[in-house]
Design a protein around this ligand. Structure first.
Ligand SMILES: [Zn+2]
Ligand SMILES: [Zn+2]
Length: 154
């Protein structure tokens, strides 16, 4: 359980360091094919935090923008030296930044509330772990956010 409102993280080579100064809004796992490609792995994770609570402490990420499945632009920020993705900033939710939480210094408290895009999850992943499941993009995050708050006490 995370009780504080201060978190720090950074990229693999150390050029980028960031901090979060508010309670995260929600954490979920995304099994969409974009997240599989981006992570080079089986899924992505997104820790949504208020934009104004996120700041770089050192370095400037390189930004590349892509279109999401719903046609909205997503700015993707990463280290130009080591390539680690730090956050995604969805154009349609300007108040939120989705931090890639594997870059946090302390990941022990992470406890995702939901699995999204289960329709494209790799077949060996066990999704029956009691978390909320959505076959694709959910219409809203109210239930997922409530589950997150219940799980973490944040
Ligand atoms: Zn780096
Ligand atoms: Zn995804």
């Amino acid at each position: 359980m995370a009780e504080n409102t201060h978190y720090e993280g950074g990229c693999q080579c150390g050029a980028l360091r960031y901090e979060i100064t508010a309670a995260p809004l929600v954490l979920y796992v995304c099994h969409c094919s974009e997240c599989q490609t981006q992570s080079g792995s089986a899924f992505g994770m997104s820790l949504a935090v208020p934009s104004d609570a996120f700041s770089m402490r050192s370095g400037t990420p390189k930004v590349w923008a892509r279109s999401s499945a719903s046609g909205h632009r997503v700015a993707c920020a990463f280290c130009a030296d080591c390539g680690v993705r730090i956050y995604h900033r969805p154009e349609r939710k300007p108040g939120t930044i989705n931090v890639k939480p594997g870059t946090l210094d302390d990941t022990t408290w992470l406890d995702p509330a939901a699995h999204l895009w289960t329709g494209s999850a790799q077949p060996w992943i066990h999704l029956d772990d009691g978390r909320i499941r959505a076959v694709a993009q959910p219409d809203h995050f109210r239930a997922i956010r409530a589950a997150w708050q219940q799980r973490t006490g944040i």
